[in-house]
Design a protein. Structure first.
Length: 515
């Protein structure tokens, strides 16, 4: 059966910030439905929705209070079904986000656990102990919070996100129902949040260095995960074809400090896809990128698991700002937007020429910079709060999308205010403005998605960062300080900047048809 997801382009929608259909300043399904033609013209194969479930939105919806419904701020289940059907009409599949490591403290099961006695079955759905250990939350501060009766519960993230106890069989049983609920509604796949979490060392040992990291630890990359995801793969594979040909899929959010940390997941019958975050963790340096790409390709070789490429998502600084500053910037003034934009456009041609699937995060195709100067009072990310501002958090990449016009709210909403403020000066970055400009970043993404190469990947010798796909396609990047002459070619298919006299300028990428 076809494995459509092996080379798909998937567009990530962060629902609060994609498009608002009811004028309240927060995105929703009605807004997304109205923008489906935009996604169809962009040429994506699928959309992945970050969580839209009932939630206090303490962590943007990754704090789920009910896994099988839609938060009224985003619409209704009927609106979701309408979107899925309409998307299918455009040939676009829908992927939903499953959050199995933790829920919201507002989830009825956690409320019941708080109301129940220490040692009760209700508490055993979570990780309650009489005393905390020294684990730290990934969002800053301790990973334990005390309840009024003196017990403590574990939360790897915010205190409003208690971790489920995956050693209790009731938890996997519940999640199986959640998976089936969405698969039965016709979703093509699942994105699995914190896929390297879930199981914890039952001893809950203190660790020598509690600084949060993504390496194997008593809370991440536990050996139980591999067999566990094989059971999810079996569920996916048990679904027959529906309106779309091929199998359902899942993509795991597996972070690692090193590529080798992901090796255990690349086994036959494992979760079909494991995100490869190493491309955006790699500096703008040809040798480093070559190394990452070679290691990433080797990781998936000989396994039926694929590792989609990513240069941005809702958790990391937008490429323009990342590539446009020598060190992680903390204010807009520190970013050279022209430089960052040049590099981000080159990175886009790299992303879309590599073999396999690619995920594009909303606004990446517009070349939006991070909005770093969000006033403190408007910041929403718990990372900012829990670190007392030491970490700015992720609000800057979650700013509502500019669709049209020259001033806020840039066509995002019929209302006046947006849930997070937008910066001034984004008039030239709106969808409307970029559709009218054949040299825009949006135009580049549309052409690149339409013209993605196929065929065997091979490095092209003689260049810092160049490769071929099949017999007659080459992608060449110039990350060096000097312009470089292009290899012999029949034609230039696409370029991220202006090419004259067959010379590739600095920080530019090109797709070539070879002779
Ligand atoms: C994942 C999500 C992130 C969220 C975290 C906790 O990393 O991508 O946005 O904050 O999980 O759920």
């Amino acid at each position: 059966m076809t494995q459509w997801w092996r080379d798909a382009v998937v567009y990530q929608i962060y629902p609060r910030s994609f498009a608002d259909g009811n004028g309240d300043g927060t995105g929703d399904f009605a807004g997304a439905l109205a923008r489906l033609p935009y996604l169809a013209e962009l040429g994506v194969d699928a959309v992945w929705f970050s969580p839209f479930y009932p939630s206090p939105l303490a962590d943007g919806g990754y704090d789920v209070a009910d896994y099988c419904d839609v938060d009224p701020r985003f619409g209704t289940l009927a609106d979701f079904d309408t979107f899925v059907a309409a998307a299918a009409g455009h040939g676009i599949r829908v992927i939903v986000d499953i959050v199995p490591n933790h829920c919201s403290s507002a989830h009825p099961a956690f409320q019941a656990a708080l109301a129940a006695e220490p040692g009760s079955p209700e508490r055993d759905l979570f990780i309650f102990r009489d005393a905390p250990n020294n684990w730290q939350s990934l969002f800053g501060g301790p990973a334990w919070t005390q309840t009024p009766d003196g017990q403590w519960y574990l939360h790897l993230f915010d205190s409003s996100q208690p971790d489920w106890n995956w050693a209790n069989p009731a938890v996997p049983a519940m999640f199986e129902k959640v998976l089936r609920f969405w698969l039965d509604r016709g979703v093509a796949g699942l994105r699995v949040d914190v896929a390297h979490g879930l199981f914890k060392d039952p001893e809950l040992p203190d660790v020598p260095d509690p600084t949060p990291s993504d390496r194997p630890s008593p809370w991440f990359h536990r050996p139980e995960l591999v067999a566990h995801y094989a059971t999810w793969r079996a569920i996916l594979d048990s679904y027959p074809e529906d309106v779309f040909p091929g199998r359902r899929t899942a993509v795991g959010e597996f972070w690692g400090d090193e590529i080798t940390h992901l090796e255990p997941y690349f086994i036959p019958g494992g979760m079909p896809q494991a995100f490869n975050f190493f491309l955006f963790q790699t500096a703008w340096d040809a040798a480093a990128l070559r190394h990452t790409i070679t290691a990433s390709i080797a990781l998936a070789e000989g396994s039926d698991v694929v590792a989609p490429w990513v240069i941005s998502n809702h958790d990391v600084m937008r490429p323009v700002s990342r590539y446009g500053a020598p060190a992680p910037a903390r204010s807009d003034a520190e970013v050279d937007v022209a430089l960052g934009t040049r590099r981000a456009r080159a990175a886009a041609l790299l992303l879309l020429a590599l073999p396999g699937s690619a995920y594009v995060y909303q606004g990446e195709e517009l070349g939006l910079p991070e909005f770093l100067d969000i006033p403190a009072a408007d910041r929403d990310d718990p990372v900012y709060r829990r670190s007392q501002g030491a970490r700015l958090g992720r609000d800057g990449c979650r700013v509502p999308i500019p669709w049209s016009g020259t001033a806020q709210p840039y066509g995002f909403t019929e209302g006046t205010a947006t849930w997070l403020p937008q910066p001034s000066g984004w008039g030239s970055l709106t969808v409307e403005a970029q559709l009218a400009d054949p040299s825009s970043t949006l135009a580049l993404y549309r052409e690149a998605i339409a013209g993605r190469p196929a065929g065997e990947f091979a490095w092209l010798d003689g260049y810092d960062l160049a490769f071929t796909r099949g017999e007659d396609f080459a992608c060449v990047l110039n990350l060096g300080a000097e312009p470089v002459p292009l290899p012999a070619h029949e034609s230039v298919l696409l370029a991220s900047g202006t090419i004259t006299d067959d010379v590739l300028p600095q920080d530019t990428a090109v797709w070539l048809r070879l002779r």
